[in-house]
Design a protein around this ligand. Sequence first.
Ligand code: THG
Length: 594
Amino acid sequence: DPAFRPYSFDQMVEAYREQAEALLQGGADLLLIETCFDALNVKAALAAIQEIDRQTLTTHPTRTAGITPVMISVSVGDKSGRTLTGQTLEAFYTAVSHYPVTAFGLNCSLGASELMPLIEEIDNWCGCAVSCYPNAGLPNEMGGYDQSPEEMAGQIRMMSEKGLVNIVGGCCGTTPDHIRAVAKAVHGMKPRSLSDRPCNLKDNTLKVSGLEAVTVDVKNNNFTNIGERTNVAGSRKFARLISEGRYDEALQIAAKQIEDGATIIDINMDDAMLDSTREMERFVRYISNDPAVAKAALMIDSSHWETILAGLKNAQGRCIVNSISLKEGEEEFLRKAQTIRSLGAAMVVMAFDEEGQATTYERKIRICERAYRLLTEKAGISPEDIIFDVNILSIGTGIDEHAKYAVDYIEAVRWIKNNLPGALTSGGVSNLSFAFRGNNAVREAMHSAFLYHAIKAGLDMAILNPSMLQVYDGIGPELLRCVEDVIFDRDPLATERLIDKASRMLADKSDAKTNDAAADEAPLEERLINAIVKGRSDTLERDVLEALGQYGSALEVIEGPLMTGMETVGRMFAEGKMFLPQVVKSAKIMRDAV
Ligand code: THG
């Protein structure tokens, strides 16, 4: 049973709490969590230590600092630099970065020379001190260690000369002679400098992780796609697979979203017919067994608090909670935010308060402003861990009150980016087009046009189906005009025109066919460029073979029309007219063509 675990997260917390408490009572100044091979265990240890710190604050008011110094030391299985669970060191560090650790590093594992490249890698992103205490070389066939004190000391000296470490020592196979030699070798050397580094990722970028680290790159305007389909309410197929217990097939839905460009996947098990807490736990555990899915970071989506906790307590990476809000008042809001923080996750905050969901611009921004104040001033949450979702609501419904929903959303995003420093923005894009269910061409056009404008206003990420996005420039001019008139509420008849256009498109399926026929008659080069830009594979093989005949060499086909296609892709991506999932698709077509 891939979801079987001998111990639960809560049991791990309890075991760590008992030991940590005893060590601190016995006079320990610092706790070393070492030989770690699974970040989830370390998160349990940190949760336990935070619990003790909170209690100490109330029972021992003299211990004012209230934060126990902690070192974390990871052990890797091989030179790939991944833990036993397959996690990269950066993803691991990201998963434990909510605690202000004193030092992070490696122990045990391999000998010092094998650890050198990994310590060099840690140096690239580690915001705290770096430690390293290797074995005395690799074990021999008897499981013993042969490296002499001098040899080991020489290798550690090299690490230190490169300025990579702050704390060094020895693990398996080392003796007092080894430690003496190491101490002598690094005596008087300068430790790794910390002054020019972002401490504990406090450089205002949101970082999350699965097996790999995922940076939500706001500074370079890189939009982040969150896959929506692992949602029992958002995909009939996923709902059916989960209710039938076919988790392996359900995982394939996640894998497809990632393959199509999602770096985070939204998981939602809220359904009256399911035990959502149990399903969340099972699915998150299943994910950890499938590296193609586990590499992505998880967004834990539920309106049940217990279900959210189940997600957080079973994921080894750094998650995003989706969501909390002021719905049940300030106290509950802050309590949840603090728990999320102590479990190491970032959080989506919905524009919702005691009076309900914000639908107007004014209410959206006021609620977010209030939530931002509370979280940053009272709960100590870093702005980059706050992701505001100001509610993407359905437009084109024919109801007058809905007409301004899209504009209000886009303008509220702009306001947040200008007024709540460091905070991020997100939204569930497919909600926008519920009125056009059954008409995917119209829905895709609405999503692409909406995203194009929302990203310009500062939208950082969105929950969407990355397999179903259109290229902005590829939307037919009439459809685009109809869609944008509705998005911007340009005139009272806009919705009517879009509905009319939509039903004509449905009735006139030949619309698409004539388009295809026209595309088929286009000159060869245009067909190839189109295949790349639109990510279409249907006539690719035929066209590539035809080009090979005409051009005479494969290289000329590649450097000619295919590269022209890729250049167009690059330009459109830079202009925000294409999104990462589409670029991924184009790259695949290019690869197939080559
Ligand atoms: N904000 C936040 N979280 C959210 C939302 C949001 N989570 C859920 C939802 N909204 C985003 N997810 C989806 C997922 C799927 C669809 C819409 C939103 C969707 N599904 C097809 C439909 O209903 O027509 C289903 C088709 C099928 O069954 O295959 O549109 O706004 N923070």
